[in-house]
Structures are given as C-alpha cells and as structure tokens.
Design a protein around this ligand. Sequence first.
Ligand code: ZN
Length: 278
Amino acid sequence: MTTAALSAALPMLALVTLTVLTVAALVAQPWWSEHRRARLWAQPFPAPWRRILRRRVPIVARLPLELQLRLKRLVQVFIAEKPFIGCQGQKITDDIRVTIAAQACLLLLGQARADCYPGLRQILVYPGSFVADRERPLGAGVMQAQRQTMSGESWTSGQVVLSWQDVVAGAADPDDGRNVTLHEFAHQIDQDSGVADGRPWRAGRATRRRWAIVMGQALERLRSEPSALIDAYGASDPAEFFAVVTEVFFERPAELAAEAPAVYDELVALYRVNPMRW
Ligand SMILES: [Zn+2]
C-alpha cells in the first residue's frame, strides 16, 4: 500500500476500530453488571450494616426471613451502584447509605430483576429540610416563583433529594404511614415510565386500565371526603396520590386494605408483596 493510500485508509480503520470497541462495550456492560451483582450477592452482609438496620429501620425485622435476606442483597447492590452526595456540609456515612438504601429497596422486594432503580443516578442528602425554588402556575400561562421548604424530592433526571433528619424520623415509626424515603422512591418507580403521572409501568393493557380506574376513583374520593389514613397531600395529583398511598401500604397495610381494598390489591399486584402478612 502506498503512503497516500495508507493515509486515506487510516480514518476508516479508526472508525471501524471505534465502532467495534463501542459495540463490544455495549454487549459487555450488562454481562459485567450481572457478574458484579452476582459477586456482591455472594458476599456476607457486613455486621455494622446489620446493626444500622436494627437501630434505624425497624420495619426490616418484621419481614419474613427470605425477604430480609433479599433486602440485604438489594441494599448491597444499591450501595455499590448508587452515589450518595452530601449537601450543605452533610457528611455521607454508612449510617446514611444503609438507612436510605434499605427503605428504597423495600419497594423492590417483589421484583424479579437484580438491579435497583436503573434510572436513578444520585441520592442527594441534606442535613435537614431544604429550600427549593419552584414555579407555580397562576393560570393563563402565568407562572409565579415560589420558595418551598421540602423534606424530599424526586427528579425525572435521576436524582432523589432527601433531608436526613426526615429520613430518620420516617423510618423510626414504621406504623404511622408517613415515610419520606418510601414517598420519593415511589416517585422514582413512577418516573421509570417517563414522567411522574401516578401510572408506574405495568405489563398488559387491561392491567393498566384497571389501575387507572381504581386509582382515579380513589383520588376523587380523597378529594371529596378527607381520610384519617391517607394524607390530604395525596389529593394534589395522581403522582402524589401514588406516592402517599405507597407510604400507607407499607406502614399501615391492614387499615389501607380495610379503607380502600381495591387500591390495596393494585399495590399488592404492583409491588408483588403483601405487607399485611408481615
Ligand atoms: Zn411527592
């Protein structure tokens, strides 16, 4: 090959090499993730993490043993894969990682997959409640800037933002039906299908239709008659309704089943667990 022919062929060669490497990386990545998860699952759950679970997340001790084991495995994957970022000087410790991961993974106990929140990129942790600037629609396309104090937020770009003080308080009482971590991670499950619209992805058109009817009717009922069980904040919109009933489903299951049996059944089918049996 002449020098001129070689220099003409080089960019093509580089392009082919790059394409081959990209395809190889795409093919290898799921395999590598699976391999890493299998290795993590084989590792024993660290004793200090077990003590954090016992102290901070009392709901875990109620789970049947096989679900406790599954939860611990999911926590190991979650902590290995998801970066935690401290905000306003908050230091990130195992106490924070394990307490948040355990509650987040409670929502994944029934899923067949070994991964955790594929769309979630980071967990941002503030020491206490934080202030966020929001825009509120005033009508006729006019928006008003507003400052709000928040205990948690979930963004469609793959971030969950939490106040550590509120995370601890939410986990400490597993029977009050109030839990900011469950709430924000329910939004992440909802956002898995794109926007947060109170319709987490379900297979089957009939299943999706039934979900929409049951949840829509329950939301309308909450709007017309306040409930002592389901927080009025759930009446804001379908996304908040789903996040609020998720908190109640895990923390006051028997009461939810009595007050709104159809909603309870839909949540059993979605999360594939039945907290009333714990
Ligand atoms: Zn919310």
